[in-house]
Ligand binder design. Structure first.
Ligand code: PEP
Length: 267
């Protein structure tokens, strides 16, 4: 499976939220967005696993909106009660898998090693990983943002055999941990600098081959008011949206504002 997009990617991470009514409302409201706007983005919805099929069944434009999972288990099948495997996701038509979200590190003690293993499994099944990386507040204050991102990327490189293909067909979400759910976002300059650092670092690692279909997006307290700022003169290939993706008003506005900002930027 490949991402063949030159569009902006917008990902909705619902986390542990949502129900059948919210799904119905949200999809209905998204369906009111004009086709030319929806065509200009790759829209990916990450509901809780239990609702993946419901979202898929209710997608009005199956070719333009994709579903993804918020996590997977490291095993393909077996005695691992309560888990979901990548094969099951593949079976129901899931295309994307979020990996290494900071909330999984914090509440489920996920290690960098386990994150790399999951990345490898997702790639081995031809699904598209969305790898979250980013620094804590303390690390930012110590000026370690680049070092931390580099370290998290290296963990992935170290585990994969075909290193030059590691990040083909992949998305990295730069999500400063201090920004998630806090309403604080980095300066635009800082976002653009770190995104360009991540892209250059990965390109340098796989020299002389070229990384194909690789995108870096921003996540952390994105809402309809700051989306213009994030995309302005932006190096960001898209957005990972948490809380604001649960409100149909906010989320629709994010989509509209992304479209108009990017249109202006490309003139
Ligand atoms: C997230 O958790 O991935 C996220 C970006 O959350 P929020 O937008 O709520 O900060």
């Amino acid at each position: 499976m490949t991402i063949l997009t030159k569009k902006k990617i917008i990902i909705a991470n619902w986390k542990l939220n949502g129900n059948l009514i919210l799904i119905k409302n949200l999809l209905e409201k998204i369906s009111l967005i004009p086709g030319y706007i929806l065509k200009s983005i790759d829209l990916i919805l990450l509901p809780p696993h239990v609702y993946l099929l419901e979202v898929k069944r209710n997608l009005f434009k199956k070719d333009e909106i994709y579903i993804g999972a918020q996590n997977i288990d490291k095993h393909f099948f077996g005695a691992y009660t309560g888990e979901t495997s990548v094969l099951m996701l593949q079976d129901i038509g899931v295309k994307y898998v979020l990996i290494g979200h900071s909330e999984r590190k914090k509440y489920h003690l996920e290690s960098e090693k386990s994150i790399s293993e999951k990345f490898k499994i997702v790639k081995s099944c031809n699904l598209i990983p969305i790898l979250c990386i980013g620094e804590t507040k303390k690390e930012k204050q110590l000026g370690q943002t680049e070092i931390i991102c580099k370290k998290q990327i290296d963990e992935i490189f170290n585990l994969l055999e075909h290193k030059d293909e590691t990040f083909n067909n992949s998305i990295i979400a730069y999500e400063p941990i201090w920004s998630i759910g806090t309403g604080q976002i980095p300066e635009l300059k800082e976002i653009n600098e770190i995104i360009s650092f991540i892209k250059n670092y990965i390109k340098k690692k796989i020299f002389p081959k070229k990384v194909k279909n690789f995108f870096v997006i921003y996540g952390g307290s994105v809402n309809s008011n700051n989306v213009q700022r994030i995309f302005k003169k932006g190096g960001s290939d898209g957005l990972l949206v948490g809380a604001a993706s649960l409100s149909h008003k906010d989320f629709s506005k994010i989509i509209y504002n992304s479209y108009y900002t990017n249109k202006k930027e490309n003139i």
